[in-house]
Every structure is written in structure tokens, then in C-alpha cells.
Design a protein around this ligand. Structure first.
Ligand code: FMN
Length: 244
């Protein structure tokens, strides 16, 4: 028990990797463990694409804002929510899939996240480092085109795996009391959040030798004060996730 908590709490994203490809069998084992995550109604709506072509990785790195770890990771993968396979299964059983339901979008996306995080824990347990890449959604249409995704499949995030070539500090999390509540919701956590602000500010200052001086609330304000990736709704609708 201690070991699994220790493993989970030592997670930190890795953005520098040794230049060593992840063996195919290692990625297979990691994804296989990812598949063992719980899955809504056993939908198993996850498809993982390992991007091998250097040109494709370069293009994705560019559209993700030039993130170097996409190029240098031992394996760069794109995790897709896949209702194309569900549609196929439905048709194999003689049915016709009703498409475009918001509920389908939620369960498929949750499925991908659970499988990916299982894979992450498996990889970290083997000593590998990981970095999620949400920035592939800067230009999801190009990613879908590059990976030849059919309708009813959308790329949720990228995920880098590889041998860590850095040893960053663990990023502190909110106090658990802010996250875990009894019986009903309450948000009387201002003091705890203020304290966390200072913890995170110290973390950034230490990690960046003073160049980043920011708190959690400031980071959140930057994140949600204004629209982000407003193209996503239309992109999802085009792919068959109409969100009805
Ligand atoms: C869905 C998702 C998308 C993310 N996208 C990126 C990304 O595009 N680039 C990046 O460097 N980190 C990305 N991250 C990593 C987060 O920034 C990181 O997990 C968070 O700051 C907490 O830090 P830690 O993972 O080191 O504990 C992403 C994480 C998640 C879960």
C-alpha cells in the first residue's frame, strides 16, 4: 500500500528525455495496463496512436507551440476518444448507432483519461517519465488529418513516454481538505488556498531560479479569464460529437 501511494505522490511531468526509443514491447505492456482501467459500460473507447514518423512528430510539436518533448520522448502517443469502433460494433450486431449525444462524448473522453492515467502509472512504476500534451488541441483538425482519424474519433491529448533526463521537484498539490468534503459542497477554503498560493510560489521560484513568480490563483486567472481553444466545439461537431 505504501508503495503505491509513494509512486503516485512522486509523479512529476518530465519534459527532457534521453534520446532512446521506447521498445515496442514496453509500450505494448504500458498500454495493455492502461486498458485495464475501469471503462463505462465496458465501452473501451480508447485508441492510442504511436507517432513514429519524424515529420509528423515535428508538425505536431510545432502546432503544440514548439514543445520539444514531443520530439525527444522515447515514444510520442496520441490518445483518442473512439466511437468509430463502437459504431462498428453496433453495426456488427445489426444495430444503428445514435450519434452526437453529449453523454457519449463524456463517457468516451472519461474512458480515455482513465486508460491514459493507468498507463502513466504503469510507465512511472517502470521508471519512465511522462508528459501529457493537451496542446495538440491547438489545432486538432491537423492532428486528425495527420493521423487519418475517421469520424467519431477525436484526439484528446498527446502523451510522451521516455527515460527521464531531468529530475524535477514534485509539484505541490492543494491541501486535501480543499478537495475532500463531507456530505455537501462547501467552499470556505480561502485561507487554505492562500497558503497554497505561497507554497506554489516558492516551488516556482526555486524551480526557475526566481524567473517565475506566480501563485496558483494567478495561474488559474490566466487560464480561465478569457476564451481558450474556442474552435473545439465546432471541431467536435465536425467529427460527429455534436453534443446534443
Ligand atoms: C490533459 C493534460 C494536458 C497537459 N498538457 C500539457 C502540455 O501540453 N504541455 C506540458 O508541458 N504539460 C502538459 N500537462 C502537464 C501539466 O502541466 C502538469 O501535469 C501540471 O502542471 C502538474 O504538474 P506535474 O505533472 O509535474 O505534477 C498536461 C497535463 C494534463 C493532465
Amino acid at each position: 500500500m505504501e508503495d503505491i501511494h509513494g509512486l503516485l505522490r512522486s509523479h512529476r511531468s518530465i519534459r527532457k528525455f534521453y534520446d532512446e526509443p521506447l521498445p515496442d514491447e514496453t509500450l505494448v505492456a504500458i498500454v495493455r495496463s492502461g486498458q485495464s482501467a475501469a471503462s463505462s459500460s465496458n465501452l473501451q473507447a480508447t485508441t492510442v496512436i504511436r507517432v513514429r514518423q519524424p515529420e509528423t512528430r515535428a508538425r505536431i510539436s510545432e502546432l503544440a507551440g514548439g514543445q520539444q518533448q514531443i520530439l525527444t520522448a522515447g515514444a510520442f502517443t496520441v490518445w483518442c476518444a473512439d466511437l468509430h469502433r463502437t459504431k462498428l460494433a453496433c453495426e456488427m450486431a445489426g444495430g444503428t448507432m445514435t450519434t452526437g449525444m453529449t453523454e457519449q462524448f463524456i463517457i468516451a473522453t472519461v474512458d480515455v483519461a482513465l486508460a491514459a492515467q493507468n498507463a502513466v502509472v504503469a510507465a512511472e512504476g517502470m521508471g519512465y517519465g511522462i508528459c501529457y500534451i493537451g496542446a495538440i488541441r491547438n489545432d486538432p483538425q491537423t492532428v486528425a488529418d495527420l493521423l487519418e482519424l475517421p469520424d467519431h474519433v477525436y484526439p484528446v491529448f498527446g502523451l510522451c513516454f521516455g527515460l527521464p533526463a531531468q529530475d524535477p521537484e514534485v509539484k505541490p498539490r492543494l491541501p486535501v481538505e480543499v478537495v475532500l468534503k463531507d456530505d455537501v459542497y462547501c467552499d470556505d477554503d480561502i485561507e487554505l488556498i492562500r497558503a497554497y498560493d505561497e507554497t506554489l510560489r516558492d516551488y516556482y521560484r526555486t524551480r526557475t531560479e526566481g524567473t517565475k513568480d506566480s501563485s496558483w490563483t494567478e495561474e488559474m486567472a490566466r487560464l480561465v479569464d478569457g476564451e481558450r481553444r474556442p474552435h473545439m466545439r465546432e471541431f467536435l461537431a465536425r467529427r460527429g460529437f455534436e453534443l446534443r
